[in-house]
Design a protein around this ligand. Structure first.
Ligand code: EMZ
Length: 383
């Protein structure tokens, strides 16, 4: 079978113009393509705001399917920092040993199951269960709850038929509302309870604020992790020599994770709304229109990365923006990194070959660009 090719669709446009226009449901977006500009715009929160109408900074825009503001990512400084401060410690728990060993055990179980010799489908039978099970650790709730989330499929806002599925989204919203009521009635040691008892400026967080954090925790780390896990396994299947390399040098895993995140860039871009008439790369941007910080393009910027279209697992200089950049950089990154690092280690220790028997690509439609973000299905066999 021919090797998969995660081509960089932005190359020419990035080199020649630095920006690209994209239509998104009638609300245009100026995509910012070079690493230097992406960083500059991410930093300049006063000119390019996150605190717009809920859902508007996401591309495709979620304004029609979401009224709740996701926190902290749809909030600007200085309030942003107050929310972030309430959460940083909780989202650093993945570095603790009990968390890591529980996560490792979940991965080991999935790998053992896959090793039984039968053909299985990586996205639904491996990546989705792994993402859902791992999330119970991040939320600090019983493992059995993962079954509910597995039944929702890979994306909470998208279904196979539509990019933005309102009915599907309301399953998540209603679920979170119920869990918030449960936690109010019987507080525990979970993230809902932790947030409901947190204080900001001397008052408790409201249910709506807690809901905003929880929606982000569910939505932001779902298809992104699923794609990262699936793509990494396909990479190892196509590069058996790297599987051997990781087995011999387990310490390589940390660098390898950064490189896989750079190369696959699980989140293509994230928007901002201009607060004034301005410009990026000499391209005019009108007040109240959107730009997007295109992490995926920035991560292939040839002026920064040597041989950007190759996966170099031990890449030394790797200032990628796969987890975003600046004060909004991914709060779940510590968790995601642990998931991928332990995945690489467990697979290297236990699997000698991964055979791919068939696959169906997952291509994102970005108006004038098409970008592969992952796979819809991958049928494989572990040995
Ligand atoms: C939003 C976004 C966050 C959005 C870090 O990314 O992820 C997307 O998958 C969701 O649809 O609502 O949470």
């Amino acid at each position: 079978m021919k090797k998969s090719n995660f081509k960089d669709p932005f190359k020419e446009q990035r080199e020649q113009q630095g920006t690209a226009e994209m239509d998104d449901q009638g609300d245009p977006v100026t995509m910012v393509l070079r690493l230097k500009d992406v960083r500059k715009c991410a930093h300049d929160w006063n000119r390019f705001r996150s605190g717009a109408t809920p859902g508007r900074i996401v591309v495709p825009s979620e304004v029609h399917i979401r009224g709740t503001r996701q926190i902290p990512f749809e909030v600007d400084p200085p309030l942003h920092k107050k929310y972030r401060d309430l959460m940083e410690d909780w989202f650093r728990r993945p570095l603790q040993e009990p968390y890591r060993s529980a996560l490792r055990a979940q991965i080991q179980e999935l790998v053992d199951h896959a090793l039984k010799g039968h053909r299985f489908e990586i996205v639904e039978d491996f990546a989705l269960p792994l993402q859902s099970k791992a999330l119970t650790l991040l939320l600090n709730i019983p493992l059995s709850e993962a079954e509910v989330w597995i039944s929702w499929g890979t994306h909470v806002f998208r279904s196979e038929e539509t990019k933005l599925d309102k009915e599907k989204a309301s399953i998540l919203y209603d679920y979170i509302d119920r869990k918030i009521e449960d936690a109010l009635a019987a507080p525990g040691e979970d993230l809902y309870s932790k947030l409901l008892t947190s204080e900001l400026d001397g008052r408790r967080l409201t249910k709506e604020e807690v809901k905003g954090v929880m929606i982000l925790t569910f939505a932001g780390g779902r298809d992104t992790i699923i794609n990262a896990v699936t793509n990494s396994l396909v990479y190892l299947a196509e590069h058996p020599e790297q599987l051997v390399n990781l087995r011999k040098h387990p310490e390589l895993a940390a660098r390898a994770v950064e490189e896989l995140i750079r190369y696959y860039s699980p989140l293509t871009h994230m928007g901002r709304v201009a607060s004034e008439d301005t410009s990026v790369c000499e391209h005019a941007v009108k007040s109240n229109t959107r730009i997007s910080l295109c992490w995926a393009s920035a991560n292939r910027d040839e002026s920064v990365f040597d041989r950007p279209d190759e996966v170099i697992l031990d890449r030394k200089m790797n200032p990628h923006v796969g987890f975003g950049f600046g004060h909004h950089k991914c709060l779940g990154a510590t968790h995601a990194r642990q998931v991928l690092m332990l995945l690489l280690q467990v697979v290297a220790e236990n699997v000698t070959t991964i055979e791919i028997e068939g696959l169906k690509e997952n291509i994102e439609d970005l108006d004038r660009f098409e970008r592969q973000v992952g796979f819809q299905h991958v049928w494989a066999r572990f040995q």
